[in-house]
Design a protein. Structure first.
Length: 104
């Protein structure tokens, strides 16, 4: 799996917020754009980046575009990050023990 497109897409706070909006249910592009104080075309660009990273699916319904979350790349990213989670948990546990020893 190439994680670069997913990381790149998630690097921007607007795109992370779009992902959060789509957790509950699918939304039209217009409904997504209403949640932001940026232009509708700017939101459309963000949706395009998310679509290219396969984080959202788009379907057309008449004149509207409806977006839904595609969580598969997020699950793949979670699996890719799993070894690092174990690494940091052990490092933080060691730090906590060291701080407790210093307090004693």
């Amino acid at each position: 799996m190439s994680t670069e497109p997913v990381f790149s897409a998630l690097a921007h706070p607007v795109r992370r917020q779009v992902i959060a909006l789509l957790l509950d249910h699918e939304r039209t592009a217009g409904a997504i754009a209403e949640e932001f104080e940026i232009s509708r075309s700017a939101v459309s660009e963000h949706l395009g980046i998310l679509r290219n990273a396969h984080l959202v699916r788009e379907k057309k319904s008449g004149r509207e575009r409806i977006y839904a979350l595609n969580a598969k790349p997020l699950a793949e990213l979670r699996d890719w990050l799993k070894p690092y989670e174990s690494y940091w948990k052990s490092r933080l546990a060691r730090l906590a023990r060291q701080l407790e020893d210093e307090e004693s």
